[in-house]
Design a protein around this ligand. Sequence first.
Ligand code: HEC
Ligand code: HEC
Length: 320
Amino acid sequence: MSDFTNGFWSWYVGVISLLSILACALLLWVAGKATVTAHPGQPDDNTTGHVWDGDLREYNNPLPRWWMWLFIITVVFSLAYLVIFPGLGSFKGVLNWTTEGEHKQDVTQLQSDVAPLYAAFSTQSVETLAQDPRALAVGERLFINNCAQCHASDGAGSKGFPNLTNANAAWLGERSAAHIVQTVTNGRTGMMPPLAAAVGGEAELSELAHYVLSLSASPHNEIKAFSGKKLFAACAACHGVDGKGNKALGAPNLTDQYWLHGWGEAAIVSMIKSGKTNVMPAQAPKLSAQQIQVVAAYVLNLSKNSFAAPAATGTATTKP
Ligand code: HEC
Ligand code: HEC
């Protein structure tokens, strides 16, 4: 595909390219025939009369044959190349070759190369694969290549990127094969709108933040938390009246020790003021359905035995 805005530039580039090649060929032809014309005072020993470093003389010979041939081959090569491959304006070349096409071919080739490996897994459920050490080994590699840049190589995540080793209660959605496969395939967007207007001024925001801290038995100011309780009405629709969250909406549990977006009054106030749109991009274009099964099994296994209690420990985002 060419990016020219109109046909003129295609011709412009094409004609200049061809003219330069022809000019090179012409130069070659002229230079190949001619020797320097004798002039008065030129010695008759077939040198040009130039002398360097005392005794270094230059012969007056035509270009060497091997050099001529190299030059001719280059000219022929460039013409042949421009006929076969794209390069002359927007002419596609007789092979119709494109980098995009070659990439697609490589991807198809790669997928058919690994197909036998995944064929063995494709008939099994994600839950079964999560018990299979071979599937887990493949899943780990898929995870390192496709997920670790956001969720960390051990799956423990970081601020804004969920810790996948958590127990179910600390997950945004259900810790299940279906949720993981769905999330990896289609991605997901967590959305909390800015809500300061519904809560009040700085004083109310601070009170509400202390109430939220009290939900997880984090250190807090009792008096502020007491006044903040009624303000939580603005939050209950998503986070639940008891603050335990709502997995269907992706609203996190505020009563546990895991803080995806940071712990403390300042972090909570900033959540209320600015809201948050947190996006995980869909992986389906990159990973086949079988690869998603296998990586989902790996993720399911990551959190299998860890943290029976809701008080899941995380990374730096956990309460100190
Ligand atoms: C570009 C960063 C990025 C990449 C790459 C990425 N994720 Fe995510 N992932 C996120 C974010 C951000 C969220 C939280 C989305 C939200 O807030 O709803 C998330 C959420 C999830 C969840 C839901 C967690 C929960 O608590 O419900 C799972 C499961 C998950 N990712 C698995 C994966 C797997 C497996 C891969 C690799 C195939 C992957 N992710 C690749 C950023 C990423
Ligand atoms: C429309 C639904 C909705 C409402 C209303 C809402 N939230 Fe949220 N809240 C969310 C979602 C969804 C997330 C997770 C964002 C993400 O996926 O990263 C979130 C995340 C948070 C977090 C971060 C939790 C963590 O683990 O770091 C805090 C704190 C929070 N909300 C507090 C509040 C407070 C306080 C209110 C009331 C003023 C409120 N929310 C109202 C949907 C909502």
